[in-house]
Design a protein around this ligand. Sequence first.
Ligand code: RP5
Length: 161
Amino acid sequence: MKAAIIMGSKSDYPVVSKAEDILKQFGVEFETRIMSAHRTPKVTEAFAAGAEEAGVEVIIAAAGKAAHLAGVLAAQTALPVIGIPMKSSTLDGLDSLLSTVQMPKGIPVATVAVDGAENAALLAVQILSVKYGDLREKMKAYKAQMEADIIALDKEFQENR
Ligand code: RP5
């Protein structure tokens, strides 16, 4: 199985690396690339058009401001594309969110929260788990662990107040 993470700028990496951490945790092979819908449009288009042949099964795209990256990738491939709207310096990411989520019908982008890199990776794992049963089991264990951790935190909180 293979995921591709595309980010619009190296400046997106501190957030994007959190998606990498999740994919590593689940043992999903991935590559991370810097491409821009606006600054490197030809590279972006060629990547999307060749992604399926390259063995990519799901794409995560992170971009900020007028964030067209996820939509441009989605336009060029039948693979599922997950968009991460990056928190931007001037409009707090509302610009990125709307640019990523408001796709015209026919070209969906599964958009997560602003800077929602962890959820983007978890959604990628869930998409891959339709085909790879071991990922489904790992996802069940991940959710069970999260539940147990919070129940333990609540218990500790109640005991210490
Ligand atoms: C977007 O513009 C990038 O995805 C990034 O979030 C934002 C700013 O990019 P830089 O000016 O830091 O390269 O294209």
